[in-house]
Design a protein around this ligand. Structure first.
Ligand SMILES: Cc1cc2nc3c(=O)[nH]c(=O)nc-3n(C[C@H](O)[C@H](O)[C@H](O)COP(=O)(O)OP(=O)(O)OC[C@H]3O[C@@H](n4cnc5c(N)ncnc54)[C@H](O)[C@@H]3O)c2cc1C
Length: 404
C-alpha cells in the first residue's frame, strides 16, 4: 500500500527496511528464540543502524536523534517493527522511546543532561511505573495508591508497583505517585524520577509471563519503602502527573500500533509466501478460495488500522490531543494485529507453530497488546463516552412510542 507519508519518513523507512532485511532478520534466529540478545549483540546492531543513518529517528537532533515528528517517523517505526529485534536496534523500542519523549517534553535541563545521552545511546534503560497490583491503580489509574510526600528538599515515596517494563534492568524509573491526597487523583499526582540505586527501592521479581521470549524484556514488580530522592527529581509541574502521562501515552500508544503493524505485515508476508508454495489436495493453498478470502480480510483490516494510525499521528503532529483517534487506533490495531498473526500461524500449519519461522514468537508477543497501555474495554469506554454523554438530540422525536 502507498500512503501519503512525508518524504523524509519514506526515505528513512526504505533504508530501515533494507537494514531489517539484510542485518536484523538474519540475526533473528540466532538472537531470538530462547535467549535474549546480550548488550554486546544489541550494541553491534545499533552501531550498524547508526552507520546507515537511521538510528533514533524520533529523538531531537540535540540528543543524537534525527528529529522526525511523529507523522514522519511513522513509516520508519513500521519498517523497524517487522522484526522484534528491529525496534531495539533503532532505539525506537518501548518503554524507553516513550520515556525519552517524556524527558524531552517536560524534563529540566539537568534531568535531560543526566539521563538523555545514555538513554538514547542505549547504554542504560528506563522504566515507567504507573500500574499497581490489584487494589491499586490498573485499568482505572485513579485508584493509584503510591504516595510521595515532601520532606524538606526531598520526596519520600512509598508504594507497590508491578508490570514496569524493563524494571529489572532499568537505571531510572519514572514513578507515578499521589502528591496531594486532598485533590482528585487527576490533579494530585506527579511523576518523579527514581534512580535504581535509591535506598528503599526493591526490585521484587521479574513477573513470569506469556511472550517476551528472546526479547529480554522483563516486566518487574517493585516496592518503594520510604525511598528518598531530591525535590528536583520531579518531572514537569507538581500534580501534573496525569496531564504528562496523557501526553506520553497518546504518542506511545500510536508508536506501539506502528511497530505492531509492521509485525503483522511481515506475518502476512510469510503467510502469503507459504500459501503460494505449499500444495495440498491437488493445488496450491493460495488457490483455495476460503484461504484467499481470509488473507484478503486480514490485509484489508491491516490497511484500515494503518490508515487510522496515520490519521491520529497527523492530529498529534499538528498539536491536537486526539484522545478518541488514539483510543480507536489502539483498540482496533491491537485486535487486527492479533488476528493477522493468528491467521499467519494457521496458514503455515506446523511451520507456524515451530520456531523455524518467527511467527510463534510474534504470536506469544502480540496478546499483551490488547491489555497494556489500556485494555480494549478502557478505550471502548472512552470512545463511547464521547458520543453517549450528550443530552438527547431530539432525533427520535417523531418515533411512535408504545402506550402513547
Ligand atoms: C506486557 C505488559 C507490559 C506492561 N508495561 C507496563 C509499564 O511499563 N508500566 C506500567 O505502569 N504498566 C504496564 N503494564 C500494565 C498495564 O498497563 C495494565 O495491565 C493495564 O492497564 C490493565 O490494568 P490491570 O492489569 O490492573 O487490569 P485490571 O484493572 O484488573 O482489569 C482487568 C480487565 O478488566 C477489564 N476491564 C477493565 N475496565 C473495564 C471496563 N470499564 N469495562 C469493562 N471491562 C473492563 C479489561 O478486560 C481488563 O483487562 C503492562 C502490562 C503488560 C501485560
Amino acid at each position: 500500500m502507498d500512503y501519503d507519508d512525508p518524504e523524509r519518513g519514506t526515505g528513512l523507512a526504505a533504508r530501515t527496511r533494507e537494514f531489517v532485511d539484510e542485518v536484523v532478520i538474519p540475526k533473528e534466529r540466532e538472537l531470538l528464540g530462547d535467549r535474549a540478545p546480550t548488550p554486546e549483540e544489541l550494541a553491534a546492531l545499533r552501531e550498524e543502524a547508526k552507520e546507515r543513518g537511521i538510528y533514533a529517528p524520533q529523538v531531537d537532533e540535540e540528543y543524537g536523534g534525527l528529529g522526525l515528528d511523529l507523522r514522519s517517523a511513522l513509516p520508519v517505526f513500521e519498517a523497524a517493527g517487522r522484526s522484534l529485534l528491529g525496534p531495539p536496534a533503532l532505539r525506537v523500542d518501548a518503554p524507553d522511546e516513550g520515556n525519552i519523549h517524556t524527558l524531552e517534553m517536560v524534563g529540566t535541563e539537568d534531568q535531560k543532561e543526566r539521563w538523555l545521552p545514555p538513554l538514547v545511546e542505549g547504554e542504560i534503560s528506563s522504566a515507567f511505573a504507573m500500574t499497581e497490583p490489584p487494589a491499586g491503580g490498573g485499568s482505572d489509574p485513579k485508584m493509584l495508591k503510591t504516595t510521595a510526600e515532601k520532606d524538606g528538599d526531598e520526596w519520600v515515596i512509598d508504594g507497590h508497583k508491578w508490570w514496569a517494563t524493563n524494571g529489572g534492568s532499568a537505571s531510572v524509573y519514572l514513578v507515578m505517585a499521589r502528591t496531594d491526597m486532598d485533590e482528585h487523583p487527576y490533579s494530585g499526582t506527579s511523576i518523579i524520577l527514581v534512580p535504581r540505586d535509591a535506598d528503599g527501592l526493591e526490585v521484587v521479581r521479574d513477573i513470569p509471563h506469556l511472550g517476551g521470549g528472546g526479547m529480554g524484556l522483563g516486566h518487574a514488580e517493585l516496592k518503594l519503602d520510604g525511598v528518598r530522592v531530591p525535590a528536583e527529581n520531579l518531572i514537569g509541574a507538581e500534580n501534573a502527573g496525569f496531564v504528562i502521562a496523557q501526553q506520553r501515552l497518546g504518542p506511545a500508544r500510536l508508536t506501539h500500533c506502528m511497530r505492531f503493524a509492521g509485525l503483522a505485515e511481515r506475518a502476512l508476508d510469510i503467510a502469503f509466501a507459504y500459501a503460494s508454495e505449499r500444495e495440498a489436495f491437488g493445488d496450491r493453498l493460495s488457490d483455495k478460495q476460503s484461504l484467499r478470502f481470509e488473507l484478503a480480510r486480514r490485509h484489508t483490516d491491516l490497511h484500515a488500522a494503518r490508515t487510522m494510525v496515520r490519521h491520529a499521528a497527523r492530529e498529534i503532529a499538528a498539536g491536537n490531543e486526539a484522545r478518541i483517534e488514539v483510543a480507536a487506533s489502539k483498540y482496533f490495531t491491537a485486535n487486527v494485529v492479533q488476528e493477522s498473526v493468528d491467521t499467519a500461524v494457521q496458514v503455515c500449519g506446523g511451520a507456524g507453530i515451530s520456531k523455524d519461522l518467527p511467527l510463534a514468537d510474534f504470536y506469544e508477543n502480540v496478546r499483551q497488546f490488547r491489555i497494556f497501555d489500556g485494555p480494549d474495554e478502557v478505550h471502548l469506554r472512552s470512545i463511547a463516552r464521547e458520543f453517549l454523554q450528550d443530552p438527547p438530540t431530539g432525533e427520535l422525536a417523531n418515533l411512535p412510542r408504545f402506550g402513547e
